[in-house]
Design a protein around this ligand. Sequence first.
Ligand code: ZN
Length: 243
Amino acid sequence: MVISTRKAIWGYDATMTGIGMKFDYITIHETGHEWFGNSITSKDIADMWIHEGFTTYSESVFVECRFGYDEAMKYINGQRNSVSNDKPVIGIFGVNKHGSGDMYYKGALMLNTLRHIINDDAKWWAMILKYSETFRKKIIDTETVVEFFNKESGMNLTPVFNQYLRYKDIPVLELRMCKGLLCSRWKTDVKDFAMPVDVMVDGKQIRLYPTTTGWEEKFLKDVDSTDDVEVMTKKFFIKVEKT
Ligand SMILES: [Zn+2]
């Protein structure tokens, strides 16, 4: 592809993964805004994550197209340390007040998490394409985005969007052993939070379905301790507390 008519800035490696050295990140980012920002525009600046979250995510989509899935996961997870969790991503409506600067990286990492919740890449990419076509040249808000992804996925993703966008903290996955079973539960601000999450046990990927209402119990052969369980934090932007 044609990178730019201007001099490309190679080597802007904000994610510190080395991948930023391979392309001109700002050209990709600003091109992404043709879809997310210029075509699809948020009604109020409080919902500016609709521009910046999706556009930052588009950088890792570019990386995946050029260099593959593993590099894209490295690139997007290189943004984790730049998330400050200082205040909610969504700002204050009606007073021209945007939310936290986390709208960029946390917004992108939330979308990466949604991709892995849906767990069907063909469906995910079709949804992203349909999203950009459905709301082409339209002015929308967060509720419209959430409604679209709920309908297209057939899942209730509202609690997930609410935790990442309306509270400052990300979900915490608590893991512990109870009577030989692996027990998991979410600690979140959203009361009815539920989200599947993948873990690796002995080289095998297993999906857990924790909630906030009680411990989900799962019998896993060869798991004697939570140290035997590796949570797939490259796919899910969460914190993990093992006891
Ligand atoms: Zn931007």
